[in-house]
Design a protein around this ligand. Sequence first.
Ligand code: NDP
Ligand code: 2IT
Length: 450
Amino acid sequence: MANVFDQKLNDFMAKIIAKNPSEMEFHQAVHEVAESLIPFIEEHPKYKDAKILERMAEPERVILFRVPWLDDKGEVQINRGYRIEMNSAIGPYKGGLRFHPTVNLGILKFLAFEQVLKNSLTTLPMGGGKGGSDFDPKGKSDNEVMKFTQSFMSELFRHIGPDTDVPAGDIGVGGREIGFLFGQYKRLRNEFTGVLTGKGREWGGSLIRPEATGYGCTYFAEEMLKTRNDSLKGKVVTVSGSGNVAQYAVEKVTQLGGKVVTLSDSSGFIHDPKGIDADKLAYMMNLKNVKRGRIKEYADKYGCEFYEGKRPWMIKCDVALPCATQNEVNEEDAKTLVANGCFVVSEGANMPSTPGAVEVYLKAKILFGPGKAANAGGVAVSGLEMTQNSMRLSWTREEVDAKLHQIMRDIHETCVKYGKDADGFINYVNGANIGGFVKVAEAMLAQGLV
Ligand code: NDP
Ligand code: 2IT
């Protein structure tokens, strides 16, 4: 039987690759999903006949635009802007904007494709989208970041809206960028609406949105541990990244009694065997969010080791939370993690594990929470921000956190429902892919050939 599915998967992927040449990350994301879904679709001919998976792999709309701006020296700079409006079957397009020099069409299509299934898993009515630019905010002045974002929004504004497409942050887009983007949108449209999420709390932002992805990824790890009557208490945890997601993962793991011993950025990682406590985290957050410095400075300040150009997966741990970027854990890293006793991987980043790494986790039958399930807390609280904006009300921290926690439990339950193997092992990859797919597929069937 496996061979029949392999053949169908190969045929399906051959078409995807031919149609979307050189979009490697997109191929990777679609392949992983198709591998889970093809056997399921074979059992449900209505999805097969309506070519739901084929339609989902084709964006509803792709917007690509020029972003000219003047730097501080008065020199003209030109970047490229994108918005991928992937799927609106269950709600307005929703997903972040990424500003990073590596951004290209294939990366944003992989992120948009993942976002469709992730948003479906949250239980909230959000379609999927993603966008961004090859603009690099690193080393730019606040003024340059503002100039760029204003120019970016001067084109994007005509394509988005609170009931159409609602962007948010991702790599390189945090509170500062969302502020500038919102200001420019409001000026162009003369409307104060919930068109972006991740806003400041004084102007429509939701409490807990900054924390949501990191907290949610930690809650998801805790839910997975519960299936083995275990918890994060006393666990040694490695975290990669030192941005938004990593920061609040560290905070929540520490609150739940775990010890985080690593952090990283694109220059390398730090290993602090004593653990990153609340004071050290506060130092790191100021370093990254205000001073915009490098993680090495943490090692200099606290007298611990900095490993230049390396990733933290060589450090012995019980739990690993990759929170930086795609393909940051390869097959070798995964083998090292498992050999060192790591038995939980909860992905804060999008697709941080390569296909080879995922294979290692599944073979070793460790608890592996793929990004579209484990990091869905961020977009879930974005959904809650949209609700609060529509109601013109704001909920307390406790209310939002309780809703986030419940959503992460629900996502976990969905993964168990669709991902439990005959031997009782929970394959969260299959669970998340099938669980996310069903709702979108049903909506697409109901809405006809659109
Ligand atoms: P930030 O920009 O706040 O932080 C990104 C972190 O990852 C930085 O430490 C950065 O280091 C590091 N990093 C980025 N690119 C690379 C790279 N190519 N190689 C090595 N390190 C890298 O982004 P977020 O924390 O928001 O996002 C992190 C991940 O989480 C991404 O995969 C994102 O898609 C995902 N995610 C984010 C959500 C959110 O709500 N923000 C929601 C769900 C998922 P440096 O500063 O040196 O570049
Ligand atoms: O990848 C993601 O889910 C995000 N970057 C958050 C998207 C959002 O709309 O909050």
